[in-house]
Design a binder for this molecule. Structure first.
Ligand SMILES: [Zn+2]
Length: 422
């Protein structure tokens, strides 16, 4: 037995974890803050255009997978959970259950107290609506971010303290307002692509800001530590001591992280050359934007935006860019970082077992098996490989032909989210 165990603990030669699900070469989530969305009809048309191939005011949908965020009470007459009507609330609940609303964008500008926050969490729980991603929102007192977002949601004793209830509800991935101009994370930080000769002063300023963030991080500044490593995700601790994962978003526009992050400008941000750069470098990108900030609520995206999304859909269908919701991208990236796998030879077959219970970097406990979706291993012979998860055979294993590197692989399926009939 001891020998058998020693044999299993070794990794077979030729077995290697692929960074992205086959056949994709990079991964992109469009992480949209809902503030500014005029009403539920605009919110729904944006979701239908991006996630289905149905007819919409912008023409037929592009059939990607793009999530959205929700909060509970906005400052002005804008779309939010408590401010919309019953049909709007039912729409939100359906989209949370289907995975197309995956982020809580703070509780909103006009939620100030712990009791109000808990009422919102109770409402979600009561309707079986689970969210695991939190994104701080400019000016919200319920924010978690201590530096950029100046929140108080995780300060024990503050009237807005709610982190105990919110983390208990299920929030585990948190954006504390950190953003970068570098297109592509989980690869070395490269500044090329920011400077634009047609806009030398503004893009030069953006470049210098990014250089400053990198330099400050290298001399120990904690505010910008994520920028130096250029990691999309890192283990972190809220001020009340609770463990979470923090993630960083990206806006690669030459005018800077805070500029042009709106639906009316998305065609200027999601350009073909930036997408190509993401593909070539093999990066992971969580794109910061506000898709609901548009000029015409009846036709949310203009021709340039529609063209950009159609191009993104082509790149996705060509197997280059995997477009996923923020929650799915984060779960996948966490899984590939933490997963423990063992492989061994059994006659002519190579067996690979993925263990979600064991982990060298088990910050939040065992991995969710659902987050292994798409996990891909390069192998010598895809037809002579067996794949198990916690010792159980994987149903529907994919045996993939050689990709752009010339190597065959095996994968767990990456199921598509199903858009609900609303
Ligand atoms: Zn916001």
């Amino acid at each position: 037995m001891a020998n058998a165990h020693a044999e299993r603990a070794r990794s077979c030669s030729g077995v290697q974890l692929r960074p992205f699900p086959y056949p994709y070469r990079c991964m992109l989530a469009i992480c949209s803050d809902l503030d500014g969305t005029p009403h539920r009809r605009a919110y729904l048309e944006i979701a239908r255009f991006l996630n289905t191939e149905e007819m919409t005011p912008m023409g037929s949908g592009v059939g990607l997978e793009v999530g959205n965020s929700i909060h509970f009470r906005a400052k002005t007459r804008r779309f939010a959970y408590w401010s919309t009507d019953d049909a709007g609330r039912e729409m939100v609940r359906m989209l949370i259950r289907s995975g197309h609303i995956d982020c809580l964008h703070s509780f909103g500008e006009r939620i100030h107290t712990r009791d109000e926050a808990k009422r919102a969490v109770d409402e979600l729980r009561r309707h079986d609506c689970h969210l695991e991603v939190w994104v701080d929102h400019g000016g919200a007192v319920t924010n978690f971010g201590p530096d950029i977002m100046r929140g108080h949601g995780d300060e024990i004793g503050h009237p807005a303290y709610h982190a105990d209830a919110t983390v208990d509800y299920g929030i585990q991935y948190v954006c504390l307002g950190r953003g970068t101009s570098i297109m592509g994370q989980d690869i070395p930080a490269k500044l090329r692509g920011i400077l634009t000769l047609r806009h030398p002063i503004a893009s030069g300023r953006t470049l210098l800001k990014e250089v400053a963030k990198q330099s400050l991080a290298r001399i120990g500044n904690t505010k910008y530590a994520m920028h130096a490593s250029n990691r999309v995700l890192r283990p972190s601790v809220l001020r009340d001591g609770q463990r979470i994962y923090e993630f960083m978003r990206c806006n690669p526009h030459w005018a800077g992280v805070g500029s042009y992050a709106e639906g009316r400008y998305i065609g200027n941000v999601l350009t073909a050359d930036r997408l190509q750069r993401l593909v070539t470098r093999g990066g992971t990108c969580i794109l910061y934007t506000h898709l609901g900030r548009v000029d015409d609520p009846a036709v949310p995206f203009d021709a340039k935006a529609v063209g950009a999304f159609r191009h993104l859909a082509e790149e996705s269908r060509a197997g280059k860019i995997l477009v996923a919701t923020t929650r799915r991208l984060l779960g996948y990236r966490r899984a590939v970082c933490e997963l423990v796998s063992t492989s061994w030879r059994d006659g002519n077959v190579v067996c690979i077992d993925l263990n979600t219970q064991r982990s060298d970097n088990n910050w939040l406990g065992p991995l969710d098996v659902a987050d292994l979706a798409g996990v891909t291993f390069y192998v010598a012979d895809a037809h002579a490989t067996c794949l198990t998860v916690n010792g159980e055979k994987v149903r529907g294993i994919r045996r993939n032909p050689p990709d752009h590197t010339g190597r065959p692989s095996v994968s767990l399926p990456w199921p598509r989210l199903e858009f609900p009939a609303i």
